[in-house]
Ligand binder design. Sequence first.
Ligand SMILES: Cc1ncc(COP(=O)(O)O)c(C=O)c1O
Length: 369
Amino acid sequence: MTVNRRELLTASALLLAGPGFALRAAGRDAGSTAAPRVLCWNENPYGPSPAARRTVADSIAAGCRYPSDDELDSLTAAIARHEGTDARHIVIGTGSGELLRALGLMCSREGGGLVAAEPTYLELPEYARTLGVPVQFVPVDAELRHDLPAMHAAVAGSTRAVYLCNPNNPTGTAVPAAAIREFIGALPPAVMAIVDEAYMDFADGPGVGTVKDLVDGERRVIVLRTFSKIHGMAGMRLGYALARPDVATALASLCMTTPNILSVRAGGASLGDRAFLADTRRRIVASRTRITAELGARKLRYAAPQGNFVFFDTGIPLAQFSARMKSQGILVGRLFPPFASWCRITVGTEPEVSAFLSALPAALRPSAA
Ligand SMILES: Cc1ncc(COP(=O)(O)O)c(C=O)c1O
């Protein structure tokens, strides 16, 4: 494949300009002036919560200030209350992505390898790899869930950490908490267990739940949560880790920056907006069921979804499906090898889900031979 200079410049401009620019460009490609329906990033379109919005509006003038220690402490205390623990167990990050990277750094400093599922969320594995950490990927099982026995077998003397994304992105599947507990209990003592529960608030499968209580045990267990999903604050960049106090201190020392004052204040407000959180969960789960019902009626295979997205087999090359969706103004998730015909679709608002379902027949039709 050859790439000419103009394509190269366009690609670099898109990379530098970030996803917002790329999305606007995609909307133009669709030949429409309407904004595209963005169902590719697993965002929660209902957020931020009303309480968080009011707080941000009231705090604009404070944008000239750094968040004070008191404000950071009060967010940490609110998170600790929300999680039923104490502040010494909480590390705040500029998105849980920052904490995943800090964990990659920790792994690299300890000089060992990382075991992760394939496919899974790549922020930690890819960052760790750039730091020289050997990453062993273990394919998901036939139901597209973490293959815990195979992951256990992949743990070697040199392994320093295992990454468990539960529910998993991009497959959406989750393994029951009991299976995670058993898996972690059987790890060699030196191996850290990193459990990413970014989507846990949308889970409703039998036995699926958090393992946050494990952070207080003998071995190092770190549980990650984010404000990007159920709180609908992806653009505001706020997340946190739960860990044993000594692990929390080590992790905090590897973070690279401090969240901005608006997200710190909005995060506290969102935690208190229980009505918003419950309503968001109810609506996302209902729309998720609507999507799987339609996929089932069309006899399309899908992985049992536990997050705010559905991973399903289109039966045609994903590039073709995505292009047809894009021409109807809908942006779907990227390719996740080795699932060449599978698509990850984010559960958007009810009208967005209706638009996706209406666009489906034309996007699925077999190509003319
Ligand atoms: C499994 C998982 N963990 C973490 C993140 C990153 O979240 P944040 O926005 O908090 O950095 C994502 C984002 O999509 C995710 O899918």
